[in-house]
Every structure is written in structure tokens, then in C-alpha cells.
Design a protein around this ligand. Structure first.
Ligand code: C5P
Length: 401
């Protein structure tokens, strides 16, 4: 990765996450980018102009009516001289200004005056993020073509837990690099399944599993970054779907199967969903009642195997590249090879999920890419990094298919 020759205008708005932007400047510059910081009045409550300029090795711009700056470099020129504008942290307030087209200070004026691509890394309290006004602004900004990284879920500085934590500097750096990187999947349509499925017992009860949807979201984001149109078919996952994907929400395995089939044909398909193998044969139409006597007995029937069904379609309907995932606790490679043959897919990403691997529920994984010809062992890395490797391999394979 190199950002050599790229000029980034970094707008630092007023949030506690502003301290992470100092590290972001360091990481961007380490990749060769030039960074010009712009600090909002509220941002200056959290980081000082001096620390920003020391790390950027440049002057910090902070006041719209600084006449010297206006004489040296007008705000329009400042915004247009950049290859990318990054807003990090993007507070609820600056998102609202951007969505409204307000120009009330230097940062918002730059954002309104520019024709340069804009990327934002939202950071705010979970309730502010979840508020309908912020969600409305987010949709408006995405529709306007603003790129969005994060936010992540986790413990927040305010003591609450939830979505609204700014993406880590490394994640923002990866998104910036992807923005400038090649787009070998432009013009390709790729389907990704993700998350768990829910199988109804009655109208209020269901059977499901612990899949968070993290790997699927990472794969979809990596494919999107390479230029693909991503059809993202997801069960009820914890991790939000990636911005920019076409999201199709489903509940049961049968719904997921029907949705996948309706989206064909596609160039490639990746099956990361943890689909329930069985469903209750006849889910009750009304809530089942405690009788006080006998316990209910559930009879199961098999769900469709979506990966196998798609892999075994006639050539004209089958995606040219079909990738499955296999989570195993023992005999990883043998089981993955057997799965590849049985289902008829092209590749299996085999994943060791034994308790000692730490993969299950963790942020890292080690994938072994199993194809008909070979097994390739990838490094132990974040699910995002693994997803980027997979997307790059898929782009290479589709390129010469
Ligand atoms: O057979 P197993 O569940 O281990 O296979 C895992 C792979 O098959 C994953 O890629 C998963 O998304 C896919 N699968 C599917 N439909 C099912 C079961 C699994 O698409 N009913």
C-alpha cells in the first residue's frame, strides 16, 4: 500500500475520538500521503492545533475568517487541492451540517465548496447515532456519495455500550487506501450471504445461532472496495451491513434461499452465512401454550443447502466463481476438501473454530483456501484483512475466467 503523492484534507471535528486522528495523521504520512489538517472550533477542545501541525508537518487551518489564509489560499482552493477529504471524527453535528449543506464555519464551508470525494468516520454517543435524525442524515450523505467508515460497536467514552465508536485509525487508513486502489471488480455483480438464520418454532419463538455476521460484512466491504456491486443477503446479524452494499434482509434459511435464487445471475457468490441446517417441520401458527402436562416435542426437517444448490446449477445460471466457508474444529483440511466435492463449489475458506483457535466470536481468523488443486494457508490476521485477501483472489480469478 502506498499513498505517495496523495493529498488528504483531514477535518477534525469535536469529539473525544479526535485524539485518534493524531495517530491517523501519522499512519497516513507513513504511507506517503500529505495531510493538511482542518480543526473545527469544537475539535480544538479535544486536540490542539500544535499537536496536529506537528504531526502533519503543516499549518493547521481553523477559522473561516482568517484573512491571512484567505489571501494565501481561499477555502475553495483549499478544498479542491485535496485528492480526498476525510472527516474524522465526524460528529452528529458535522454530519447534520453536511446533509443540510450548511456553511457556518471553515470545515462545513470547505465541505460544501468541494468537488473532491469525501470520506467520514462517524463518532458519537450511541443514542445520537441511533437517533432518527442522524440516521436520516447518514442516508442522505450516502446518497450524496459520501464514503463512510464505521462506526464500530463497543464501550464508549461516555460509559455506554453500542454503535458510535469511531473506526480505528488502521481501518480508516485501509479505507483510504482502498479508495485510491485499483477497481478490478468494476462492472461485476457479486452476492454475499451473511449472519445467522432464524427458524420459527411459533410466531414468538425461534432457533438460531451465535453468528455475528462480522466475516460476511468484511467480505462484502472488501468486494465493494474493489468496485463490485455487492448484493448482501443477511440474516439478523449483530454487525451492521457495509455501507454501499445492496442489502436484502431475511430471517429463515428458506427466505435466504429464495432471495439468493431471485438475485441470480451474478458473476460470483460467497456464502459466509451460518445457515441453520434444520427447521421445525410445522411451526405453530399460534403461540404454543404451557399445558402443565406434556412437554412439546419438536420435529425437524432439513433446510435447503443454499451453497450446494447454487454450486450445482446449470452452467448458464451458475455464478462463475462460488466460494463457501467451512468452520471446523478438527481435521480441518480433510473436512474442507470433502465439503468442496460434496457441495460442488470452487473454493472453500476453511476456518479453525476449535476453542483454542480463538476464532469464534473473535476479531481474527486464519483461513486455508482450499481449491480442487491446492491448499493455501493464509496468515493469522483480522477478518477484514482476510476478506481483502479473498476479494483480491476473487478479482484475479474472475479476471481470467
Ligand atoms: O455444511 P456446512 O454448513 O458446514 O457448510 C458451510 C457452508 O455452506 C457455508 O459457506 C454456508 O454459508 C453454506 N451453507 C448454505 N446453506 C446451508 C448450510 C450451509 O449455504 N443450508
Amino acid at each position: 500500500m502506498t499513498l505517495s503523492g496523495k493529498h488528504i484534507l483531514l477535518i477534525v471535528a469535536g469529539g473525544i475520538a479526535a485524539y485518534k486522528s493524531l495517530d491517523l495523521i501519522r499512519q497516513l504520512r507513513a504511507q506517503g500521503a500529505d495531510v493538511t489538517p482542518v480543526l473545527t472550533r469544537a475539535g480544538a477542545q479535544f486536540v490542539t492545533p500544535l499537536s496536529l501541525s506537528a504531526l502533519a508537518g503543516r499549518k493547521v487551518y481553523s477559522d473561516l475568517f482568517d484573512l491571512t489564509d484567505e489571501a494565501e489560499m481561499g477555502h475553495i482552493q483549499l478544498s479542491r487541492s485535496a485528492d480526498l477529504i476525510v472527516v474524522a471524527p465526524a460528529t452528529a453535528n458535522i454530519m447534520a451540517q453536511m446533509a443540510q449543506g450548511a456553511a457556518s464555519d471553515l470545515a462545513s464551508t470547505l465541505l460544501l465548496a468541494t468537488d473532491t470525494p469525501v470520506m467520514m468516520a462517524p463518532a458519537m454517543n450511541v443514542r445520537m447515532w441511533d437517533h432518527p435524525a442522524t440516521q436520516r442524515n447518514l442516508q442522505q450523505l450516502l446518497a450524496d456519495g459520501v464514503l463512510c467508515v464505521g462506526p464500530n460497536s463497543g464501550d464508549m467514552a461516555c460509559g455506554e455500550y453500542g454503535s458510535g465508536r469511531m473506526a480505528e485509525p488502521a481501518e480508516i487508513l485501509a479505507a483510504v487506501a482502498a479508495h485510491f486502489g485499483p477497481k478490478p471488480l468494476l462492472g461485476r455483480r457479486v452476492l454475499v450471504t451473511s449472519g445467522p438464520t432464524r427458524e420459527a418454532i411459533d410466531p414468538v419463538r425461534y432457533i438460531s445461532n451465535h453468528s455475528s455476521g462480522a466475516q460476511g460484512a468484511a467480505v462484502a466491504a472488501a468486494l465493494r472496495d474493489l468496485g463490485a456491486v455487492v448484493e448482501f443477503v443477511t440474516g439478523p446479524a449483530d454487525v451492521p451491513p457495509p455501507h454501499g452494499a445492496v442489502v436484502h434482509k431475511v430471517q429463515s434459511a428458506q427466505d435466504m434461499h429464495d432471495q439468493v435464487m431471485a438475485l441470480l445471475p451474478v458473476d460470483a457468490a460467497v456464502f459466509t452465512a451460518a445457515v441453520a441446517d434444520w427447521r421445525v417441520k410445522s411451526a405453530a401458527a399460534q403461540k404454543m401454550k404451557k399445558t402443565g402436562k406434556e412437554l412439546p416435542v419438536l420435529e425437524f426437517t432439513e433446510n435447503p443447502d443454499i451453497l450446494a444448490a447454487v454450486s450445482q446449477l446449470p452452467v448458464r445460471q451458475r455464478p462463475r466463481l462460488v466460494v463457501g466457508f467451512a468452520a471446523e474444529t478438527e481435521n480441518l483440511i480433510d473436512h474442507a476438501r470433502a465439503k468442496l466435492r460434496k457441495k460442488g463449489c470452487d473454493w472453500i475458506c476453511a476456518n479453525d473454530v476449535s476453542p483454542q483457535s480463538g476464532t469464534f466470536g473473535g476479531s481474527d481468523s486464519q483461513i486455508h483456501l482450499v481449491t480442487a488443486q491446492e491448499v493455501e494457508t493464509w496468515p493469522h490476521q483480522s477478518k477484514q484483512a482476510a476478506a481483502r485477501m479473498l476479494a483480491a483472489r476473487m478479482a484475479a480469478a474472475l479476471g481470467d475466467r
